[in-house]
Write a protein that binds this ligand. Structure first.
Ligand code: IPD
Length: 254
């Protein structure tokens, strides 16, 4: 299948879902469920349905694995991986830092990806083998090669185990990096590295749909997206960087 055609369809779906976010920005958000460190909105579900409808209309045989459930046989070699609202807690609280993330995967590898931030109308895209783009213009990771000059984004996944793993790493990074940022959207954290705004994104136990598109976009912008699967959870330990900071990061993360 043509990855370019898949990307065009994913862009349409991401923009439709982003439109829903903007339309509902100021309205009372209906919460479907809450846990100690997470909120799930009715709009997450509606947004995933919107995305699925667009993707499946053009590609009826390709299954969709999303944060809000799946359609079709997601063990197929080709599948979509969708986060309808990444940064849900930000969105629920009215913080305009969240996005839509859609990736096409073949044999477990992302080959096309879109991350769309409707609040600033930024569309990050990539097709494996081609340069990543932001609103149609090529982007590159930063050239900073010292951690002491770097901005490091961290993510705290939703369970205590991964949070406790992150805390000692964070303490070390607070001392070694120029700045730490914890902004609440894994997909945006990834594409900010791709665009050279930040230099590193690190999270333990982040879910596949949060980073499937962003990881590809980093690689297609010349960066490095190191990830190790967490067994049985569609989750990963991720160290993403501009490709120049890996040694210093390894000293810190062990
Ligand atoms: C969450 C955000 C957050 C990250 C969590 C994710 P959600 O995704 O991306 O930044 O730290 O690991 O689960 O629930 O808002 O789609």
């Amino acid at each position: 299948m043509s990855h370019g055609k898949a990307l065009a369809c994913a862009i349409r779906a991401a923009k439709a879902a982003g439109g829903l976010m903007l339309k509902n920005r100021w309205s009372q958000k209906k919460i479907n469920s809450e846990t100690k460190h997470d909120i799930k909105l009715e709009l997450d579900v509606r947004s995933q349905k919107t995305i699925e409808k667009i993707l499946r209309k053009e590609f009826p045989r390709i299954p969709v694995l999303g944060e809000e459930g799946f359609t079709g046989d997601i063990k197929e070699q080709t599948r979509w991986v969708v986060d309808p609202i990444d940064g849900t807690v930000n969105f629920a609280h009215g913080i305009p830092h969240s996005c839509v993330s859609i990736a096409l995967q073949e044999n477990g590898q992302s080959v096309a990806g879109v991350v769309y931030d409707p609040f600033v109308n930024e569309l990050f895209t990539a097709v494996r083998g081609q340069r990543a783009k932001l609103n149609g213009r090529p982007i590159s990771v930063s050239k900073r090669d010292k951690l002491e000059q770097a901005i490091v984004s961290l993510g705290f996944a939703k369970n205590m185990f991964t949070m406790e793993q992150m805390l000692p790493t964070m303490t070390k990074l607070v001392n070694s990096a120029r700045k730490i940022r914890i902004m609440g959207s894994a997909a945006l954290a990834a594409v900010y590295v791709a665009a050279g705004r930040t230099d590193v994104y690190l999270e333990y136990g982040v879910r596949l749909w949060d980073i499937a598109a962003g990881g590809l976009i980093i690689e297609c912008a010349g960066g490095e997206f190191w990830n190790r699967p967490v067994e049985g959870e569609h989750a990963y330990h991720v160290i993403a960087n501009n490709g120049l900071l890996r040694r210093e990061l390894e000293k810190i993360t062990g």
